[in-house]
Write a protein that binds this ligand. Structure first.
Ligand code: GDP
Ligand code: IMO
Ligand code: MG
Length: 448
């Protein structure tokens, strides 16, 4: 069986965690292929809310093996905290048993976090992601496979600490790295995670050749892609489909499906242009922020909010070729008088339908909107009842009220992507899937 890719189609936080959780029951592997603990993926199972930063969201399915793949940068201390929380919740310690760390992934060290704290431009998550990728590109980073050799090489450790300290001084960070502490850190990582460090690309390749289902779990989103996003206000990895297989250590021919996850509106955390942004303190922007609880899963920062940007979504589809669109948080728009979709931008007197490459130009773009009638707000329970009824009757998206369905169909038309699932609440059960489609699955009860 082939691999399926799940990607953020906007600026992150679209609801990738929930989508992966829904697909995981039918998958044997869930593989993160880029990014690190800048990601925050939320899964809601009744009264339990999981916030995952590096552990793939397939963890909720016991049959799913988990890979922190080649393309990732991984903070071992944060991973330990995440695993502690998982053990407290379930009693399980998956590391080395069903959770594996790629030998090729890069290690995030305290130095990377310190260096990231000097960022003033991008509004990064401060987790050391950019600095860890920079070391990797400069070919001075430490991969998990290198930990043994480096940690026993005193000269290399001294050189590394010296390089780090020069760089910290250059950006005005006062903290310094002691060689002894660096050596102790590397030895601790081997001791704590040695059993889990594996050639994961080979393992996933073998699974695919044995006919197993593999999920490739994206982090961040298309507009945060280092090459294709709103540079320099982006993350430091390739978040797109092209990197899903590469960062997992398998070839692109394995992929049969690629799901783009998009909110029914737009959010963005951190700096950078956002053409459809609305005022945060009042009106529909405030409604989205409050009803949608739009606060960053990783940093707790308020997320900026705005209308759905079809120009960005179409660009994102051009890069990733989505075979299905998962439209999330539609419930949040309930209660608004009218709902807008941005279909183009006005720039210097012209209407354009693709994003300009320069962020300065993008910042000057004025959205062109089409306006749709709003629909009433429903409670979480009412939306879940609608989703249950859709599953029970096999009516698919037809279970939604007509006004809502019309909005969904319009998004399908404008984006050119078939909608395979509509999110109507945070809970695993709160999705209305197209009948017979890839998300038309019965949600299993959580066992914890
Ligand atoms: P991710 O980074 O893409 O996995 O997304 P996050 O977990 O950072 O942010 C998405 C937030 O929206 C989380 O708090 C989810 O629980 C929540 N969520 C996901 N889908 C829906 C939905 O359809 N409706 C509502 N109301 N919340 C949702
Ligand atoms: P998930 O996987 C939303 C944003 C940061 C900042 C920029 C660069 O939960 O969707 P970085 O720390 O990566 O160098 O920051 O990218 N950012 C995210 N925004 N969701 C994320 O992840 C993000 N990961 C990074 O806010 O603007
Ligand atoms: Mg998130």
């Amino acid at each position: 069986m082939p691999a399926s890719v799940v990607l953020g189609a906007q600026w992150g936080d679209e609801g990738k965690g929930k989508a992966i959780d829904q697909l995981a029951a039918d998958s044997s592997w869930a593989v993160r292929f880029q990014g690190g603990n800048n990601a925050g993926h939320t899964i809601v199972l009744g009264d339990t809310t999981l916030k995952l930063h590096q552990i793939p969201s397939g963890v909720t399915s016991q049959n799913c093996k988990l890979v922190l793949g080649d393309g990732m940068v991984i903070d071992p201390w944060v991973l330990e905290e995440e695993l502690d929380r998982w053990r407290e919740l379930t009693g399980e310690s998956p590391e080395g048993d069903r959770l594996f760390i790629s030998e090729r992934a890069s290690v995030i060290l305290p130095f990377h976090r310190m260096y990231d704290s000097a960022d003033k431009l991008v509004g990064t998550t401060g987790r050391g992601i950019g600095p860890a990728y920079r070391d990797r590109i400069e070919r001075v980073g430490i991969r998990f496979v290198d930990l043994g050799a480096v940690s026993s090489d005193k000269e290399k450790i001294s050189e590394t600490a010296e390089r780090m300290n020069k760089q910290l001084a250059a950006v005005g960070v006062e903290e310094r790295i002691e060689p002894e502490a660096l050596m102790a850190d590397l030895k601790w990582i081997i001791e704590r995670f040695g059993d889990a460090i594996r050639p994961t690309g080979l393992m996933v390749d073998e699974a695919l050749r044995d006919g197993e289902n593999v999920l490739l779990e994206g982090a961040q989103g298309a507009m945060l892609d280092i090459d294709q996003g709103t540079y320099p206000f982006v993350t430091s990895s390739v978040t797109s489909r092209a990197n899903a297989t590469h960062g997992a250590g398998i070839h692109p021919g394995h992929v049969s499906q690629c799901f783009g996850i998009s909110k029914a509106y737009t959010t963005r955390v951190g700096n950078g242009p956002f053409p459809t942004e609305l005022p945060y303190e009042e009106g529909p922007g405030n409604h989205m922020a409050m009803v949608g609880h739009e606060f960053g899963t990783t940093t707790g920062r308020p997320r900026r909010t705005g209308w759905l940007d079809m120009v960005a979504l179409r660009d994102s589809h051009r890069i990733n070729g989505y075979t299905g669109l998962v439209l999330t948080k539609l419930d949040v728009l309930g209660g608004l008088e009218e709902i807008k979709i941005c279909t183009g931008y006005q720039l210097d007197g012209d209407v354009i339908e693709v994003m300009p490459t320069s962020c300065d130009d993008l910042a000057r773009c004025i959205p062109v909107y089409e306006v749709h009638p709003g629909f009433p707000a429903l409670s979480d329970e009412d939306w879940i009842a609608m989703a249950d009824e859709s599953r029970a009757s096999g009516s698919g998206l037809g279970a939604m009220p007509e006004k809502v369905l019309r909005y969904v169909r319009r998004i399908e038309e404008l984006s050119g992507i078939p909608v395979v699932s509509v999110g109507v609440g945070p809970d695993r059960r709160a999705s209305i899937a197209s009948a017979g489609g890839p998300f038309d699955v019965n949600p299993v009860e959580a066992t914890f």
